[in-house]
Design a protein around this ligand. Sequence first.
Ligand SMILES: Cc1ncc(COP(=O)(O)O)c(C=O)c1O
Length: 349
Amino acid sequence: MKQIDLRSDTFTLPTDEMIEAIVIAHRNGRLGDDVAGEDQVVNELQEKAAKILGKENALLVTSGTQGNLISLLSQTKRGDEIVVEKESHTFKFEGGAMSSLGGLYPKPVVGVRGYIEPETLRSVISPDDAHYAKTSMVVIENTHNYAGGAIITPEKVKALADTAREYNMKIHCDGARLFNAAVALDVPASSFVKDVDSVQICLSKGLSAPVGSIIAGTEEFIHEAHRNRKKMGGGMRQAGIIAAPGLVALEKMVDRLKDDHANAKRLYDRLAKIQELSVETPDTNILFVNLDNLGINAATFASALKDKGILVYGAYGTRTRFVLNRMVSESDTKYVADSIEEIVRSVTS
Ligand SMILES: Cc1ncc(COP(=O)(O)O)c(C=O)c1O
């Protein structure tokens, strides 16, 4: 049976062009030792990413998690307090790295569709008093995964960044899916990050590269980040074999994210008609469906979908997440909607 994988856009396989780009880089003698700064493909990727993001410099890192951690460690001191959204990846899904590895103290707050409102930030900043940890950074996630691929507009980013600056705080953007936001609003990716100090983007999610993330910011930030990457064992040698697909990802894979958004909308349009389901309107490629009224949990729903060759994670309580991605076509999306209708019929009959 064909499998339709909606667990995450991280399951996207590299394109043929990405694999060929690795071979071409090798044949053209462009690979080198990146710890010595001598891999030409890595250098090209970093320059290109910095330009696209409107930042002074950029650095290739192994993963989104590593990029976020390096960004935090490079701009804070041990013992500092970091304001994070309660459902954010940095807070919830990165193994507690900021505290266990960085000595940082996360202060989770509730966002509105993933957005930490400026008043919320203001209300949790600790006084400049010896009793308190220093609140030195706020982290945003754009798009916000758990809020359903929700977009934080450039205006909202600026409002939060302005507030952070009033308190001498840094602001970091976990932009694992930043290009989804850019494509959905048809504005340059740089407009979402011009007001933040640092940003992390994933090459390996919807953009389909096999490995890698980029962090970007000022020269000073990247200088410090370089040291922290090395400390974490993230200095790689002929990393051009990662950068070559990364370049294809940035050059060729951004516009097509629109197809994933269109499929998310198609799935939404079909599922919104099923009264037993409560479906959250997708901004981008992530669709959450609430199963409360259907009376089954996400694990049972996931197993019924699996019987029909459809993979989703079953770990969201009574919410099920569908992540549309390059490996899922329009006709697959239709099959998923048909299958869900069948499952609902069999549960309710
Ligand atoms: C919003 C968000 N940030 C960061 C990450 C971490 O990326 P990685 O899996 O490359 O460490 C993910 C991964 O799914 C994510 O969804």
